[in-house]
Design a protein around this ligand. Structure first.
Ligand SMILES: NC(=O)c1ccc[n+]([C@@H]2O[C@H](COP(=O)([O-])OP(=O)(O)OC[C@H]3O[C@@H](n4cnc5c(N)ncnc54)[C@H](O)[C@@H]3O)[C@@H](O)[C@H]2O)c1
Length: 363
């Protein structure tokens, strides 16, 4: 059984929410039959540890396969070249289809390669992490890091379809689950409806990854992202709201040399953005404390010690969504994000001190 999330003019591909990995394999088999195309499998190396049987199954429908070691420090030009080479060596033509199975790093890389290889080859994204299921697989942003700048080289390129199977989440390390919660809490804060209420009400089941609650949570997040993207696919205005928590988040990723995960960095960035919102947007102080309490309950770290303040500020200024001013997405109240709020450097440093400054959360 699967649920098909409706297509839309700017999200012109179906997103299938499937119940188990067996159904995922079946969908890929159907794709082979329906399109009569050569399939090229690219998957995250770590998945072989848990899903060897399924990977082998999928491989049997494919002309060839390649695994990639997925680390943020490999999200670069060399890995992009490795994937181009794989496609060239295996004689992939424009009518072929690339099957990507992995988290946000692989999805971003394979999406970029697919968008540029022979001016565009079709690809199917099968996200296997919390972040990739609720966020990165939807919206068509693909790319890689360049010169310590996150996702600086990239494009908008949509997949043929996305197959979301929450069963994959069961084998994620706790750190990766917490990373996913960072992006989910971002949705809870920017969402106009009731995601935060749903999250709080079901927090125990969600933390324990109980199937029904997780499927509903993933679905709710996909719908929020799809609705925002469908109104501003090219990220010229409204879509910026998805950057809530990311301005400081990206700087923490870089300052920690990617030792702090994307979602954990975003969680810290969210605390800074909430504190800034109190100062600049008169946000009621109760929300900050509520979010901090949620972090404590689910085990998200609340503190970070900046290694190099000058570089930290430089990377915030260099963040591609900023010009010479530091601009933030803040909120005036729950569910009401405001984009491009100008923040002075001194204000930011003061608020970092008041919110997240503390001991290192990794070693
Ligand atoms: N394109 C977008 O719109 C967008 C949005 C958000 C984040 N991102 C990008 O996504 C990346 C982060 O994504 P991520 O957190 O998925 O990282 P990731 O791809 O590195 O995956 C995290 C870790 O989980 C492992 N893994 C993957 N699936 C697994 C599974 N089912 N079981 C066990 N282990 C598994 C991976 O090998 C890796 O070690 C960042 O590069 C970020 O910039 C992109």
């Amino acid at each position: 059984m699967y649920k098909k999330i409706e297509q839309d003019i700017n999200v012109p591909y179906p997103i299938y929410l499937v119940n188990n990995i067996y159904e995922t394999v079946k969908r890929i088999e159907n794709i082979k039959v329906k399109h009569r195309a050569d399939l090229f499998l690219i998957y995250d190396k770590n998945l072989s540890v848990y899903y060897d049987k399924y990977i082998n199954n999928i491989r049997s429908f494919c002309k060839s396969s390649l695994y990639i070691e997925c680390k943020e420090c490999n999200k670069n030009r060399e890995t992009v070249d490795e994937i181009y080479k794989f496609l060239v060596d295996n004689n992939a033509k424009r009518n072929g289809i690339v099957i990507c199975i992995g988290g946000g790093i692989l999805g971003d890389l394979v999406g970029f390669v697919s968008g540029t290889y022979m001016r565009g080859i079709r690809y199917i994204n099968i996200p296997t992490t919390m972040i990739s299921q609720v966020d990165s697989s939807i919206g068509g942003k693909v790319g890689y890091n360049f010169n310590n700048l996150k996702n600086y080289i990239g494009m908008f390129y949509n997949p043929l379809e996305v197959i979301v199977c929450p069963e994959f989440l069961k084998t994620l390390k706790r750190k990766e689950i917490l990373s996913g919660f960072g992006e989910i809490i971002k949705y809870c804060i920017i969402d106009r409806d009731d995601l935060l209420i749903y999250f709080e009400k079901n927090i125990e089941s969600i933390v324990n990854l109980e199937k029904d609650e997780i499927i509903l949570l993933v679905q709710k997040c996909i719908l929020i992202k799809r609705d925002i993207v469908s109104k501003d696919f090219k990220d010229t205005g409204l879509r910026n709201v998805l950057n809530f928590g990311h301005t400081v988040g990206h700087a923490i990723e870089i300052d920690s040399n990617y030792k702090v995960s994307h979602g954990q960095s975003v969680s810290l960035g969210i605390l800074v953005a909430l504190k800034l919102s109190e100062t600049l947007m008169s946000l009621d102080k109760t929300l900050y404390n509520k979010i901090k309490d949620i972090y404590t309950y689910i085990g998200i770290d609340k503190y970070y010690k900046i290694n190099n303040k000058d570089n930290f500020i430089k990377s915030i200024r260099g963040d591609k969504k900023n010009d010479s001013n530091i601009r933030f997405v803040l909120i005036s109240t729950l569910g009401k994000p405001v984009i491009a709020v100008k923040v002075k450097e001194e204000q930011l440093l003061k608020v970092i001190k008041e919110s997240i400054e503390g001991e290192k959360i990794y070693e």
